[in-house]
Design a protein around this ligand. Structure first.
Ligand code: CU
Length: 139
């Protein structure tokens, strides 16, 4: 009889490390389809989050920036460029790595967005409007 620990270790999904800075994400441009875990390290001086969601086909970076400039919150993005709701989010305060991981079943041939909607103050723009988003293509 196999030990439970050995069984779950052998099926652990690959981890895609995402690094946040002020104000950008560093992450692969292309990832493999299937169950994938994301981690978030924040090397910046500001608090950051990483939402992940499924993009509807055909959206350009300029349209992401425009939605962020208008202050569109993540709950309304399915009316703009997301297919359905955001799948989830990780949070990391400055110079920390989230102890959590976000696991998503990535669909082959689709694109996803990593996005930060935080603001440094109520009058400041969303971090996404400053360029803090990243497209992931799934092969
Ligand atoms: Cu941010």
């Amino acid at each position: 009889m196999a030990a439970l620990g050995a069984c779950s270790a052998s099926t652990a999904p690959p981890v895609v490390p995402v690094v946040a800075s002020d104000y950008a994400f560093s992450a692969p441009d292309t990832v493999a389809a299937g169950l994938t875990a994301f981690s978030l390290e924040n090397r910046g001086a500001q608090q950051h989050e990483m939402h992940i969601g499924l993009l509807r086909p055909g959206f350009a970076p300029s349209q992401i920036v425009e939605a962020a400039r208008r202050g569109t919150g993540f709950r309304l993005l399915s009316e703009v460029y997301l297919e359905g709701a955001m799948h989830g989010a990780l949070f990391a305060w400055p110079r920390t790595t989230s102890p959590a991981r976000l696991t998503v079943e990535l669909v082959r041939g689709r694109s996803y967005i990593l996005l930060c909607t935080f603001r440094d103050s109520t009058a400041a723009p969303q971090h996404a409007a400053l360029g803090m988003f990243h497209f992931l293509q799934v092969r």
